[in-house]
Design a protein around this ligand. Sequence first.
Ligand code: ATP
Ligand code: MG
Length: 297
Amino acid sequence: MSKLADAFKVDHGKSFRLKDFDSADTGKIKSKEEAAEILQNHLAELADLQEKLYAQDRWALLLVFQAMDAAGKDSLIKHVMSGVNPQGCQVHSFKQPSTEELDHDFLWRAAVRLPERGRIGIFNRSYYEEVLVVRVHKELLAKQHLPSELVDKKIWKCRFEDICNFERYLTHNGVVIRKFFLHVSKEEQKRRFLKRIEEPEKNWKFSEADVHERQCWDDYMDAYEDMIAHTTTPHAPWYIVPADHKWATQAIVGSAVIETLKELRPSFPTLDKSRRKELGTARILLEREGKPPKQKK
Ligand code: ATP
Ligand code: MG
């Protein structure tokens, strides 16, 4: 199923409205079974593309995942990446910043976690929290100890600009960026929270703080909408991935990742003449191993 994810990509931020996207949409996929088949095909394709990306050692791919709690970020990352070589993949989960991190500019902790060339980097939450949770809970901004003259109404617009400039800079350096907002409905989140309470093996995932956060749902949606409108760019687009059906979410994100990697056309490096000669010499040495040295006449 080609270009499954295209329908969910936001090309222009100008007229972006979250309400235009249905969190229960499944795109071209008609059933859970069809999604499972798509995912199965993705695994082999992704493994092949990743191996070439790694061998070529030129591009890095950064995948950013943002969502409300219980939207399925963790299981998505597990599924989509289940076929890739862990050596070529770097996952980082961004939690509340430490004192050291708060003493730096807000992009600092993300910059040191960026994927190396040839790798796929996954940000489970990211620097985008700086215009989401920090915007919804303004007391978090106070903890950042910014000079007071820099904290005014313009701060969010400045952060959007800084993020766009940072992403442009990364793009110029061979880091390809794709960003995913897992769009879950408030009703589906409630169902998932209740499941976490009812099913003993899911109890560990439940947190009262998540239920508390849910009370700020509308503020979060406003913050997400503004963020996506200001930070979707041709080189670092957002995908609004419907997340009420996890099987659809996984197939759509998998397709987006594969399409992106295909555009890079990764291939195994070819050897130049001198390197081929070096390999020829190494082969002779290996074949000679254990054989008596040739007698001089
Ligand atoms: P899960 O609940 O599935 O384990 P999670 O991503 O929700 O995953 P938590 O430890 O529950 O992980 O939450 C991390 C918290 O850290 C979130 O509430 C998030 O908003 C918060 N956080 C992340 N980045 C920042 C930031 N820059 N400033 C303040 N809070 C942040
Ligand atoms: Mg959480």
